[in-house]
Each structure stands twice: as C-alpha cells, then as structure tokens.
Design a protein. Structure first.
Ligand SMILES: [Zn+2]
Ligand SMILES: [Zn+2]
Length: 285
C-alpha cells in the first residue's frame, strides 16, 4: 500500500486541479492520497467527483496556525486535519475568518505601499486576480508590471518579505484552538513538518506535549523538509507520547520540485487516522 497524506491542488497553492492531482497520484502508484489545501475544503467536491477507480481519497486541510511561546514572538505552525465534518459551524467559521483575514491583509499591504508612493492600486490588483484570494504573489506581479522591480522574486526580497515595513502578518489560528476545533468536528489533527528547521523557527518538545494535551493525535515524521535526525527525533517523540505517525510529500505540482509520493505513510498510521476519525469518510470504491 502506497499512502501519501499531504498534497496541495490549485485550490490553494498547488498547480494542478484536484482532478489532475488525483490522476497524478494514481499514475504514481498511490493507493491512498489526502487532499490538504491550505485553510479550505474548496477542492473536496471535485476530488470526490473525479476520483480515479481504485484510489482512496482522504478529504483534509492544512490549517495555518501559530504557537505562542512565553516571552518570544509567535511561531508559524501548520496543522493537518483529516476526515472532519466540513459543515461543523465553529470550524467553518474559522475558515471563513482566515479567508477574510487574507483578503484584508492584501489590501493593507497595498495601502501601505501606495502610501509610500509605490504605483499600486488595490482595485486593479483584485480585478486582475480573477476573483480569487489576493495574496502577496498578486501584489508582487503588480509591482513588476509597474516597473518598480524586475521580478516577482525581487518584489519579495525587496518589499514583501516578513521584515519589510510593508508586511502585514496574518492573524492565524492559535494552534491549540485549531486542534480543539478539528477534534470537535470529528477530525484527526496531525502536526505538519513540525521540526523542519529549514523552514524557519520550530517549536520544542514541550510545545508538542502541550498540543497533545489539547488533543493532537499525530506527527508528520517523514517529510521532504525533515533531515534524518529530525525524523528520528520525531519518531521517538511520537512513541513516547502515544501519537500516530504519518509521512507525505507535501506535493505542490510544479510550484515545488518534490514529486508526489516522495515520502509516504505506513499502513499502520493510515489505519490509526481512520480509527480516530468520526467527521467524514474517505472517498473510495
Ligand atoms: Zn505546511
Ligand atoms: Zn503543505
């Protein structure tokens, strides 16, 4: 059994539609694949409709969260959520809040740039986005078109990075609240790429223990951004804390170089996810 429990479609920041993503999963020989777009269940219906025969599809999501250490700035963390009830009111409200937050954030970044004299206009950027959520990449492209910078990369490194005066942080979900929401909706919360130091600051073992007390059920251990040492440490921690273990590619289509199924989940981990879920059923034959 080949199982990959973390992928992104074009509904968030991947490059393939859910249907094309599932076709790629099947072509790669996967038996089980989870669709885990950021902060949205928007791809679930298409995934259910377009599922290739023989492939089990796990409806999921990757929730943008924050851990608040005492006496230090918050740390951005990602929480995978599987098989939760998409209509659970509190979790649906939190997804809506994150979407609004994201829209509002784009507008505030553009307002700050315009106030400093950069030739960017919010309404024009929204119009050109085609009705989707406007993020920093859209603002970056507007800056390129206005001739302010040479490239999208330059826009990020000069003006849109997180220490820039024009940067506006997102008010992501407190991870302890996120865990409780996912559990309340009958879902299975798994801490995504928890020790990936190459992605930035990471939380310590104590934070993970606190998350477990809040209802965390698993750790994503095998992930392309984890070193062998980080994987070994997380595997030991999962055993100590009685957590299920997953592995996954975090596939983004051509937005990242990692192929689908680059890392996978043991059948035991997938069994544990199914055993703990009460909010939704996988799509399967
Ligand atoms: Zn992530
Ligand atoms: Zn991801």
């Amino acid at each position: 059994m080949l199982i990959d429990l973390h992928t992104h479609s074009s509904v968030s920041d991947g490059t393939e539609s859910p249907a094309d993503l599932l076709a790629a999963a099947r072509a790669a020989g996967l038996d089980v694949v989870a669709l885990t777009d950021h902060d949205t269940t928007g791809g679930w219906a298409e995934a259910e409709r377009s599922r290739p025969a023989g492939l089990t599809v796990v409806p999921g999501m990757e929730l943008s969260c924050r851990w608040f250490p005492s006496g230090a700035p918050p740390i951005s963390v990602h929480l995978l959520a599987y098989l939760f009830d998409p209509d659970h009111p509190a979790l649906a409200a939190e997804r809506a809040r994150l979407r609004t937050e994201r829209l509002d954030r784009g507008e505030r970044i553009v307002a700050a740039l315009a106030a400093a004299g950069y030739p960017v206009v919010w309404e024009e950027i929204v119009e050109r986005s085609g009705g989707g959520v406007v993020g920093r990449p859209h603002v970056a492209r507007a800056l390129v078109e206005a001739g302010v910078v040479e490239s999208v990369d330059a826009a990020f490194s000069d003006l849109l990075h997180h220490r820039s005066p024009y940067y506006v942080a997102k008010a992501d979900t407190d991870v302890l609240d996120g865990i409780a929401l996912v559990r309340a909706a009958g879902g299975v919360p798994v801490f995504a790429h928890g020790l990936a130091t190459r992605r930035g600051r990471v939380v310590g073992d104590e934070a993970i223990a606190t998350m477990v007390a809040a209802g965390l059920l698993g750790l994503e251990v095998d992930h392309p951004d984890h070193t062998p040492e980080e994987r070994a440490h997380l595997r030991g921690l999962a055993a100590d804390l009685g957590l299920l273990v997953t592995g996954s590619s975090d596939y983004h289509g051509t937005n990242k170089t990692t192929p689908i199924a680059a890392c996978t989940t043991d059948p035991a981990g997938w069994e544990a996810v199914q055993a703990a879920a009460t909010g939704a059923a996988p799509y399967r034959d």
